[in-house]
Ligand binder design. Sequence first.
Ligand SMILES: *Cc1c(COP(=O)(O)O)cnc(C)c1O
Length: 337
Amino acid sequence: MRIVDLRSDTVTQPTDAMREAMLRAPVGDDVYGEDPTVNALQERLAGELGFAAALFVPTGTQSNLLALMSHCERGDEYIVGADAHTYRFEGGGAAVLGSIQPQPIPQDADGTLPLDRIEAAIKPDDPHFARTRLIALENTWHGRALPFGYLAQARELATRRGLGFHLDGARLYNAAIAYGRPARDVVEGFDSVSVCLSKGLGAPVGSVLLGSRELIHRARRWRKVTGGGWRQAGMLAAAAMHALDHHVERLADDHARAARLADGLRAIDGLDVKGCHTNMVFVDVPATRLKDLAAHMAERGIRLSIGYLPSIRLVTHLDVDDAAIEHTIAAFASFAY
Ligand SMILES: *Cc1c(COP(=O)(O)O)cnc(C)c1O
């Protein structure tokens, strides 16, 4: 049976061309800074996105953690969306490993942290309080590209209040495609940015943290401390380079397929399509039917993410083609809600 895996854009298989690129990559010991392919990836992304330095790391969770630990010290706090990945889905790492207090802010439906709520959460310089040091945004957030003008407004606030400004850009390139702008414009004004290569871009492993030379110097130290000093990582960097060369523009295909999927599902009675943003579709079914729906889909080889979010999330990616979309719509249509 053919499997259609819509749980996440992390499930992609490396393409044959990507595996070829990995095979040929020159490598060295990256803890010594001697892996030529890792260095080339870091220099390339720093140059393309307008940062002085970059660091290749295994995961987006580690990349965000290193950023938080490089901006903040013990007893500092960062302001973050209450539904942001760094706060909710990273095991509380900033608090656990960085002694950094998160200050979560309820987000608006578009993913933004209201600026007045950020202002109100910034603590005065007083020993009663943790020291507010950083604002962290996420773009895209649950598939939504934040309103483009909001980015500059939040930047202005961070500057005015003397705070650092971090972006969890796990899906930065999906945001860039949604805006129809170069990724460089989307990260303008941020002090640090984390980008995943292993989401829609289709690399097997890897994220890159971007920032100033000083910030990346600190992050490199924390990467070693947290056990992320890897050695001949160039084969993974080669996959990342291949993804940047060949899989950025095609994210538009994923967005188009998500839109087609949402359209097909909207026509089905009993199914409530809550939203479609970049490569993600969110649908609700009556709670009492969820278990049966999961079994119905599994019988048809369709894998869904049920239970992590209030809605069922369907994510398109490199390994989801037009036939997979039609197969999925037909499977939803043949279920009694
Ligand atoms: C996937 C993701 C991350 C990091 O994920 P890893 O699985 O640790 O690579 C961070 N932020 C967002 C928004 C993500 O979707």
